[in-house]
Design a protein around this ligand. Structure first.
Ligand code: NDP
Ligand code: GDR
Length: 375
């Protein structure tokens, strides 16, 4: 008779063994990326193309051009053998997701699509829940409906925002969650539904609990990029000052390119699992601002407190940074610091770009972009 408690890990390892067989005449190792036009999607698509994958991305229809970040890797669809394909779609549209999934029959799905701005989620909570929470469910269900569980591995972009009001320092895979925004609550649903589908249906489904990661192609309204762009514009005399919200918030900021590699590594494991990706260093928005302005040649002096705090250029006395309370959030996440020991031990993944170097790279890129714009 079978043992009362079956040997689950062995059974799962068997179920997840990568199927190398051809399916419906499709042969290459195929990956489907939702959110391919975003920061992480663009790094991940590049990485997978380098590794020889056939990459399929889902992009939204937009009234203006939204493929700027992947322009250089997107091939002409008339090419007889393109390795990068774009499909119109939206994670709020289940029929579309099922159709694309059926067409592509991917070996790996990376769900990066999201309304990813925390502050915007307070203004669009229902849409954020639809895209960020139910979007994950739609993808997992599509895999199940099409009976691709034994063939398709799934990655969910979970977030350190789920820790919210932190219950433990540093935060690990076992730290309790306490989300503080509609975005974080939606992502918590997506996280747990991924865990549930893994346990209920033996899916190879993994979550990367990723702390903030940035790059020169970071969205312009996230604080790091907002700061590096403003410093470059101020340097060139095109902007007077920068308005920010909470300067005391502390974040664990890493480089997006390294986090994309971590996502891929999770799906190469025999067993699925959840992993924190973080640098293990935390700094405040104020410190990040200070460093970026230093790169730009402005030494800052902070005066005042709370909403009246301002930063002045030490050399000229000119005010360069002011607080605008409109950027304060109804509920804030004050402090995040991740411990990525599990990822280091099991995946061999480690963040390697110091945040100061990241700030410099982003500033230099924005300066070059601003100078080119002026030419
Ligand atoms: P971005 O905001 O840069 O990219 C989000 C992507 O999702 C874009 O391609 C966007 O398309 C797409 N998208 C948004 N809504 C939909 C929708 N309804 N249907 C289909 N696509 C949609 O985010 P990042 O690249 O920074 O982050 C990638 C993922 O990782 C996100 O899920 C984010 O929540 C998560 N994450 C990010 C972290 C970070 O620090 N960057 C940390 C932890 C988690 P479009 O270009 O048309 O807007
Ligand atoms: P976050 O990133 O909310 O951590 O979410 P963001 O850069 O928006 O904010 C970081 C911190 O900076 C404070 N802040 C400001 N933020 C913005 N955007 N604009 C400002 O002017 C400003 N001034 C101060 C914020 O209050 C906050 O404390 C990011 C996103 O990529 C999520 O999708 C992802 O899940 C998390 O990181 C991990």
């Amino acid at each position: 008779p079978p043992p009362a408690t079956p040997d689950l890990p062995k059974r799962l390892a068997e179920a997840y063994r990568f199927r190398k067989t051809r399916r419906n005449g499709l042969s290459a190792r195929r990956a489907l990326i939702t959110g391919v036009t975003g920061q992480d999607g663009s790094y991940l698509a590049r990485l997978l193309l380098e590794k020889g994958y056939e990459v399929h991305g889902i992009k939204r229809r937009s009234s203006s051009f939204n493929t700027g970040r992947i322009e250089d890797i997107y091939e002409d669809p008339h090419d007889p053998n393109p390795s990068m394909h774009l499909h119109f779609g939206d994670v709020t549209d289940a029929t579309n997701i099922i159709r694309v999934m059926q067409e592509v029959q991917p070996h790996e799905v990376y769900n990066l699509a999201a309304q990813s701005h925390v502050q915007v989620s307070f203004e669009t909570p229902e849409y954020t829940a639809n895209a960020d929470a139910l979007g994950a469910l739609r993808l997992l269900e599509a895999i199940r409906i099409l009976k691709l569980e034994g063939h398709t591995r799934y990655f969910q972009a979970s977030t350190s925002e789920m820790f919210g009001m932190v219950q433990e320092i540093p935060q690990t895979e076992t730290t309790p969650f306490y989300p503080r925004s509609p975005y974080a609550v939606a992502k918590l649903y997506a996280h747990w539904i991924t865990v549930n589908y893994r346990e209920a249906y033996n899916m190879h489904a993994s979550c990367g609990i990723m702390f903030n990661h940035e790059s020169p192609v970071r969205g312009e309204t996230f604080v790091t990029r907002k700061i590096t762009r403003a410093a470059a514009a101020i340097k060139l005399g095109r902007q007077d000052k920068l308005y920010l919200g909470n300067l005391d918030a502390k974040r664990d900021w890493g480089h997006a390119k390294e986090y994309a590699r971590g996502m891929w590594m999770m799906l190469q494991q025999d067993m699925p699992g959840d992993y924190v990706l973080a640098t293990g260093v935390t700094i405040s928005v104020r410190e990040f601002t200070q460093w970026v302005f230093e790169h730009a040649g402005f030494e800052l002096e902070w005066r005042g407190t709370g909403e009246d705090e301002k930063a002045y250029c030490k050399a000229t006395g000119r005010c360069l940074v002011e607080i605008d309370p409109r950027y304060f959030r109804p509920t804030e996440v004050d402090f995040l610091l991740g411990d990525a020991s599990k990822a280091k031990e099991k995946l061999g993944w480690e963040a390697s770009t110091p945040v100061r170097e990241l700030a410099r790279e982003m500033y230099q890129s924005d300066l070059a972009e601003a100078e080119a714009g002026a030419a």
